[in-house]
Design a protein around this ligand. Structure first.
Ligand code: 5AD
Ligand code: SF4
Length: 467
């Protein structure tokens, strides 16, 4: 069941937006907000909505905490080091708060949705004014108003299976590319992962709302959309009129944005049909992010992943056959509780067999409340970091060889930014690789044809082909 926040509730927040705006309008200078989102693209997407609401409340933005009237951290809970960084950053804000008693500090997102963290934050960091969880982001205007008008400190982390707030304003990072969440939450309960506990149950946005957002993006000139969800292959389950991810892709194809990407596909649900869809629809990028986590069937059971290495490789082989030139990327966890050298060797073997263009690698991080947190974990840290070093070496060699193999082709590139070398622009290929080439900055945001001439590590180098 989709729990969409009703219009009345959003209208109440709209009133708070107006009240904060009125307060801010009385200031001599426009107040500035510093917003930083940690973690995944979903969190960055939430951060764009937070910025949208702040802009409506009359805030401008600054990359410097020192100039900010409001500092907001949108946090991630997936690994401990991300949490440590947030605690460190907030500790450092104490001095700013002493200098400026009117500075508002807010901390939201996955990390503080965990009760033990929120309580620690409240007790040990009195400089934090607003602590808000993942299910109440849309009430930020009210929390800010109550702080400004009554100096009230808020801690709001209600338990919930999750909600969907449609129609929040958005300030996007890029004019060329846009992230579009299609679903929220996760039902998979992989034993190492905190996400299902902090982001609630899996729920999909209505297809009509997603298509309307895509149409608006197309009209504003966006050239590429990235569809976001923890498990996009189960998109549409539980909607009043259930639809499939393939149907959504078809509808988005018709909107006419030149490029469509998506992430993440769970290997247990990624189907041969999905691969057929990628093959049949040219706007869908020839790149599949298919997180395998490890190459040992024994550990995949312990992780509660519900697929085998054999099935995973079948998917990869099918994709290679049906979509020539497709590239793969993956997430790997090294040092899951009980991982032996033999298990790790199987991961290395799999990585070599698939030949990933890109790997996101993580040393296992124990998350309070998950099943894996109670599993015996005898492997010393040193052994885990050593395995990680070996994995990275194997992957570096694979990626370099794959990138070099692209040289000589002429490819279509979406120009996204400036390259590292003077006078160059940087763009992305259909298969997610990046290329740098000399060109007029006027090409920014458009497509260009580029001949690939070489590579610097895993970045391709090329020459513009005049059309
Ligand atoms: N420790 C290490 N990595 C983790 N991930 C999720 N939870 C953990 C954890 N406890 C990784 C997985 C997932 C990615 C988003 O983060 O690889 O796919
Ligand atoms: Fe975590 Fe597994 Fe859900 Fe991904 S699919 S968010 S790893 S529980």
């Amino acid at each position: 069941m989709t729990k969409e926040i009703n219009k009345e509730e959003l209208l109440v927040q709209q009133e708070y937006i107006e009240k904060v705006k009125a307060i801010n309008a009385k200031r001599e200078q426009m107040p500035l907000a510093h917003v930083h989102s940690f973690g995944c693209q979903q969190n960055v997407s939430d951060g764009e909505k937070i910025k949208g609401m702040l802009a409506q409340m009359g805030y401008g933005f600054t990359p410097e905490t020192a100039f900010a009237d409001l500092i907001l951290f949108n946090t991630c809970a997936v690994r401990e080091n991300a949490e440590d960084r947030v605690f460190g950053n907030i500790g450092a804000l104490k001095k700013l708060k002493e200098k400026n008693r009117n500075l508002i500090i807010a901390v939201g997102g996955c990390m503080v949705q965990q009760e033990h963290i929120a309580q620690r934050m409240k007790k040990s960091f009195p400089q934090v004014d607003i602590i808000f969880g993942t299910h109440v982001m849309h009430t930020l205007p009210q929390m800010i108003y109550e702080k400004l008008s009554e100096n009230r400190r808020t801690l709001s982390i209600p338990e919930s299976d999750g909600v969907i707030a449609e129609g929040l304003p958005v300030i996007r990072e890029s004019k060329v590319k846009a992230s579009v969440p299609i679903m929220y939450g996760c039902n998979n309960f992989c034993t190492y992962c905190i996400v299902p506990y902090v982001r609630g149950r899996e729920r999909s946005r209505e297809m009509s709302a997603i298509v309307a957002e895509a149409e608006a993006l197309r009209d504003s000139g966006v050239k590429e959309i990235m569809l976001l969800g923890q498990n996009v292959n189960s998109y549409g389950k539980g909607l009043q009129t259930p639809v499939t991810f393939a149907q959504l892709l078809k509808a988005l194809d018709d909107v006419g944005i030149p490029r469509i990407r998506f992430m993440t596909s769970h290997p247990k649900d990624a189907s041969f049909k999905l691969i057929d869809t990628i093959a049949a629809q040219p706007k869908i990028c020839k790149h599949l992010h298919l997180p395998v986590q490890c190459g040992s069937d024994r550990l995949l059971v312990q992780m509660n992943r519900h697929y085998t290495v054999e099935h995973y490789l079948e998917l990869i082989e099918y994709a290679r056959k049906k979509v020539p030139g497709i590239t793969f990327s993956s997430d790997i966890i090294v040092g899951f509780p009980g991982e032996t050298e033999e298990d790790f060797q199987k991961t290395l073997e799999l990585v070599q067999k698939v030949g990933y263009m890109q790997l996101f690698t993580f040393i296992y991080s124990k998350r309070t409340g998950t099943k894996a947190a109670d599993m015996p974990d005898p492997t010393p840290r040193k052994e885990k970091t050593d395995r990680m070093t070996r994995l990275l070496k194997v992957q570096d060699d694979i990626a370099m060889a794959l990138v070099k193999a692209q040289v000589g082709q002429t490819v279509r590139v979406l120009v996204e930014g400036y390259g590292r070398n003077e006078g160059t622009l940087s763009g992305r290929l259909d298969n997610n690789l990046t290329v740098e080439f000399k060109a007029d900055p006027a090409l920014m945001g458009s497509y260009a044809m580029v001949r690939l001439t070489g590579a610097r590590a895993t970045v391709l180098l090329g020459e513009l082909v005049e059309s």
